[in-house]
Design a protein around this ligand. Structure first.
Ligand code: FES
Length: 357
């Protein structure tokens, strides 16, 4: 249903919880405009409905407007997932003319200077506020996304208030998902149980108060879960993720999985990748599951959870997701929580890539 087009790994921000891989794609390896245009055409022909332009920072690509226009002309619903720091008046006008349907804006906290500290971009929060104003003035639906972790969980109420004040139609409160840079920084980011309960309570109250006005999506941390999440809606089930250099991935973190040859859209059509590739078939459906999962009545609800998490924690991508209380590796979640409790708060920032002028 959805194509996630990671146009570039370049980004002016340096968030320590970035889900991009630790080894970032170089600018020179990025797909060209013509290659992306072809991929978008193949996506529409395959029946894909939505394209999410993501990154890195998708607005770092000078041809973003052209791609939005092309996707729009193909009948695709177009969404940009952006930090907003490059969304000037001119950029907004060009995107509107190109037919953009929706913008998701990320925030690192409720206010500067904390937000700027987490993003490693001084003045970034103020630019995001301007971007939100431009999006709403243009009449576009705005989703305000806030990533929650140990160092900002106390301010979740202020985050929701900010989203409300900005005029967001949807507010996403997302606990950090521990892949890529976030996994590297897990001890400094994983909240305590008391913090989780605080966030749960604030979100529940806000949902009640804002019911019918603003949708609040809430992404909980796997480390306190008893059941795994249906990662990506199931492997090879609903999404195709294209990396900046053209690798077709069932999820943004799949490149961490050993023993895979991920096909590239430079060599293979999207339809062949979706239908025939080993990469998309390997964990699709229920046949690949360990016996424990196959016997579970939730197997077609959570689809076995997250393969990348199974690899990162249990060392085996085909294992039951350790987030599941029935997993023999479930204790690893508790061990991670214990390790994070009281750990130093120093963060390793995502490696900065310089934007072109
Ligand atoms: Fe890769 Fe969940 S992030 S399957």
């Amino acid at each position: 249903m959805g194509l996630i087009a990671e146009l570039t790994h370049r980004c002016p921000l340096q968030c320590a919880y970035c889900s991009n891989p630790l080894a970032l794609d170089d600018r020179k390896a990025e797909l060209t405009t013509d290659e992306w245009r072809r991929v978008l055409g193949e996506a529409a022909a395959l029946g894909i409905l939505q394209v999410h332009f993501s990154g890195g920072e998708p607005m770092a690509r000078r041809d973003l407007v052209e791609m939005v226009a092309h996707a729009s002309s193909l009948g695709l619903y177009t969404n940009i997932i952006t930090s907003g720091v490059l969304l000037t008046d001119e950029a907004m006008a060009a995107l509107l003319a190109a037919g953009i349907d929706h913008i998701q804006l990320s925030f690192q906290d409720a206010a500067a200077p904390a937000a700027d500290r987490f993003s490693g971009y001084r003045g970034g929060h103020a630019k995001k506020l301007d971007a939100a104003r431009r999006i709403c003035e243009a009449g576009l639906p705005l989703t305000a996304n806030f990533v929650v972790h140990k160092q900002n969980a106390e301010r979740v109420g202020e985050m929701i208030a900010l989203g409300e004040a900005l005029g967001a139609e949807r507010i996403e409160i997302a606990h950090t998902q521990y892949y890529g840079w976030a996994l590297l920084n897990r001890n400094a980011l994983l909240p305590t149980f008391a913090q989780l309960e605080h966030v749960n309570g604030v979100v529940a109250a806000a949902r009640q108060r804002l019911n019918g006005r603003i949708t609040i999506d809430y992404v909980v941390p796997d480390y306190y879960a008893a059941r795994p999440k249906a990662c990506m809606g199931g492997w090879g089930n609903r999404f195709i993720n294209i990396s900046p250099s053209g690798k077709a991935l069932p999820c943004h973190a799949a490149e961490t999985l050993p023993g895979f040859q991920f096909p590239t859209v430079r060599d293979v059509s999207l339809a062949e990748i979706w239908v025939d590739s080993d990469a998309f078939s390997r964990f699709r459906g229920v046949d690949w599951m360990p016996e424990l999962c196959r016997a579970c009545d939730r197997k077609e609800i959570d689809w076995g959870g997250c393969r990348c998490q199974a690899l990162a924690l249990a060392g085996d991508a085909a294992a039951t997701d350790p987030a599941c209380a029935h997993s023999p590796d479930h204790h690893l979640m508790g061990a991670a929580v214990t390790a994070a409790d009281g750990a130093p708060l120093d963060l390793v920032p995502r490696r900065l890539r310089t934007l072109s002028a």
